[in-house]
Design a binder for this molecule. Sequence first.
Ligand SMILES: Cc1cc2nc3c(=O)[nH]c(=O)nc-3n(C[C@H](O)[C@H](O)[C@H](O)COP(=O)(O)OP(=O)(O)OC[C@H]3O[C@@H](n4cnc5c(N)ncnc54)[C@H](O)[C@@H]3O)c2cc1C
Length: 537
Amino acid sequence: MSTPIPRYLVPFHPKQVPHFFTDVLIVGSGLAGLRAALGVDPKLSVVVVTKQAAEQSNSYQAQGGIAGVLDPSDRFEDHVADTLEAGGSLCDTEVVERVIREGPQRIGELIGWGAQFDQAGNRLALGREGGHGRDRVAHALGDATGKEIMRVMVGHAKESANIDVWENTCTLDLLTLDGVCRGALVWNALHGKTMVWAKQTIVATGGAGQLYRETTNPEVATGDGMALAYRAGAELRDMEFMQFHPTVLYIAGGSRSLISEAVRGEGAWLVDRNGHRFMTDYDPRGELAPRDVVSLAIVSQMEKTRHPNVYLELNHLDPARVRARFPSIAAVCGEFDLDITRDRIPVRPGAHYMMGGITVDLDGRTTLPGLWAAGEVIASGLHGANRLASNSLLEAMVYGAHSGEGASQAAAKLRDDFTASLVENPRTDTPAEPLKLADIRNSLQSLMWRNMGVRREAEGLHEALASIDHWSRYVLPRQFADPTGWELQNMLCVSRLMIEAAIAREETRGSHVRLDFPRTDDARWKRHITFRREEGD
Ligand SMILES: Cc1cc2nc3c(=O)[nH]c(=O)nc-3n(C[C@H](O)[C@H](O)[C@H](O)COP(=O)(O)OP(=O)(O)OC[C@H]3O[C@@H](n4cnc5c(N)ncnc54)[C@H](O)[C@@H]3O)c2cc1C
């Protein structure tokens, strides 16, 4: 039997901590969290709690852009069809239709708030990415779309009189009473633990790329939201589906920067160590095949050529256009003495986008009353088993807006109540022997990369589960005093659920590739795998 996951990470008692009251509490200051905050009625108070500086998020890192039907010759039906095709028959068609039809309105909102997207003449310049049959990706600052969008969103949120942004504040756990979410226990270095009581709470904590050794995600992406929602009793689903970005810069000692799909959209080639352009050996769509297909092809080609990476080649493209379109990528490669208009760029896949997460309905309502969720932390049904490139910023906008508005309406119906309830977690004795947390974190990331990566099979998955269970036996019962320990506890919890789901799904679908079950098995597996913590688990 696996190690029980404790309900709360740390001990607390309402008599021993400060209290704060707000109408709506939002955990996370990425695009989803801030869009949610701006969706709350300005007459209501909002607290946005975020682990580091407000800009530290996947949203800020987004490069390629935001997808939407923006060209008069494009059609909603085509964007829907491309999304369903990428999703491996696990998308919820109603969700896909709704998100895509709302796309132009949500991108229009960003433009209205001041985001400056790149222009071609007097129209939006639209890029094409893998899996899209049309040019429909609006981008900004060339390849730094997230930076521009988040400049606008952070600015607006901080200027709004009803929104308080608490930076460098880690959310440890959701507070629940009688099966209803009542806010969260948060911590920062200056004030210690605080109980934030909220009429409605929205989780928008982003993804979990940091569970892997190779990832494009920043260090805040440790899956906290999934773990804390699970501990509080909300349902999670689709945890086996982690998308690997095929082309992550692979230079020893360098950051694992993403080399955007848009580079292939502009015509870059993937070649192996021998200069062979190999993608058409695997798929007729070549470099523009969906991400899972490209990632798998790269891993296979790396194995075939016994080389730790493959290369992106752009030297057949117009150098001036390459530099203008990809200034950030050119700068990062330049730091390692690579000129992207001339030199080959070494790349390999890395964990990039988590399709699984908290189950939500069309409006972002979770299965736990009082709790909403938006952005990468959710499994809405938009992405199914594999996300279509650039649909995630769109999802963050759509679900951010709906959850913010929904939470606002629900909070407005509740009267003010400034009493703290007796929600507590008594202190227990924990072992005194200190742990080398960085060592366990590194081991976990390597294990996930090796056994729960692009290709999976039963033996490796069971081996990974056994290791995680062993680590969990001595890490989960401990009570740590700062985010390093809590993040590790969250990472162990989320990894375990991901591996359990990957073991259960005995087929290959979307980003979940089982070498021992290479076929898609609709009869048994065209369904979601769900998790919900039972009391005492
Ligand atoms: C390099 C890169 C490039 C990408 N490019 C694109 C692209 O071109 N187009 C596209 O559509 N998508 C892209 N994506 C994906 C996209 O950026 C994300 O899916 C999306 O931004 C998620 O937004 P979010 O608001 O849900 O989460 P995030 O933007 O990740 O925000 C999560 C927030 O939660 C906070 N948080 C986490 N845990 C806690 C905690 N315990 N307590 C308090 N706060 C917490 C974090 O600090 C952060 O502020 C890219 C991702 C990466 C990494």
